[in-house]
Design a binder for this molecule. Structure first.
Ligand code: 6PG
Length: 249
């Protein structure tokens, strides 16, 4: 846990800071490795970030590859679908080829079958071997009011998964009450960068617990083994005023 915390005055400002961070990480990854590989989450918080990214100048979308850190078991055009959120707010608005959007195929079977298929997608599309682990340039996470991240809920067995890259998860305590498919902690923590976007006063308590490393929270298990951890939050979630001297990089 821990990591640098950037506080924006509002949800808009925190989203803007996160968008700047995304752009810088993309620029750096493309310069160094020729592509930017990112995993995004769902929920309500990142919509504005996605909209801002859609109009951010200078992102080389032709070299970006988008994956989903987690997905709800629903059709991809359903309002609860994390793919749909990413599509509506970002991907339908930028010049990115469909082959670079690696969505979770929720239509192919139950959550376990979908998880196994998505693990194969990760390995195949990133040209990895059976026992390799993907190294995302950026994993974007939200924070649930119960401290969950992606679809790794408090107390769930998938938090202990060490081998599989993607697993199914039963519905958590928070809506929507559907099965989920989620990347596991070893994948998330292998990323070169992990960014949380957390806003709103309803997240103040859980955010302060997560930043203190409260062991009951899945969020406290996030910590890149060889990468950076950043928090983009607003004043309401932080419970204190914005700091104006924080860099966006
Ligand atoms: C999901 C998520 C989940 C989300 C948090 C925060 O599909 O629900 O990926 O981990 O990021 O629950 O959600 P809100 O932004 O809606 O608070």
């Amino acid at each position: 846990m821990s990591g640098q915390v950037t506080i924006g005055r509002s949800h808009e400002e925190a989203s803007l800071e996160a968008a700047v961070f995304w752009s810088h990480r993309a620029e750096e990854a493309i310069a160094q490795r020729g592509r930017f590989i990112v995993a995004i989450s769902g929920g309500t918080t990142p919509r504005r970030l996605f909209e801002l990214l859609a109009v951010s100048p200078g992102i080389d979308w032709a070299r970006c590859h988008i994956f989903w850190a987690d997905e709800r078991m629903a059709p991809s055009d359903d309002v609860i679908s994390n793919f749909r959120l990413g599509w509506d707010a970002l991907l339908s608005r930028v010049p990115i080829h469909s082959e670079q959007m690696h969505r979770v195929p929720t239509e192919i079977g139950d959550a376990s079958a979908v998880a196994a298929s998505y693990q194969a997608t990760l390995l195949g599309s990133l040209s990895l071997g059976l026992f390799d682990r993907p190294r995302f340039d950026l994993v974007l996470l939200g924070l649930g009011a119960d401290g969950h991240i992606a679809s790794l809920f408090p107390g769930c067995s998938s938090l202990r998964e060490e081998r599989r890259l993607v697993v199914s998860s039963p519905p958590g305590a928070l809506p929507p009450p559907v099965d989920r498919v989620t990347m596991t902690l070893p994948v998330i923590n292998s990323a070169r960068a992990i960014a949380f976007l957390v806003t709103g006063s309803d997240k103040a308590d859980v955010l302060s617990r997560a930043l203190r490393g409260d062991a009951d929270l899945p969020a406290s298990r996030v910590g890149p083994s060889d990468g950076v951890l950043r928090w983009f939050v607003d004043e309401d979630a932080a419970g204190r005023p914005a700091e104006r001297d924080t860099p966006g990089r």
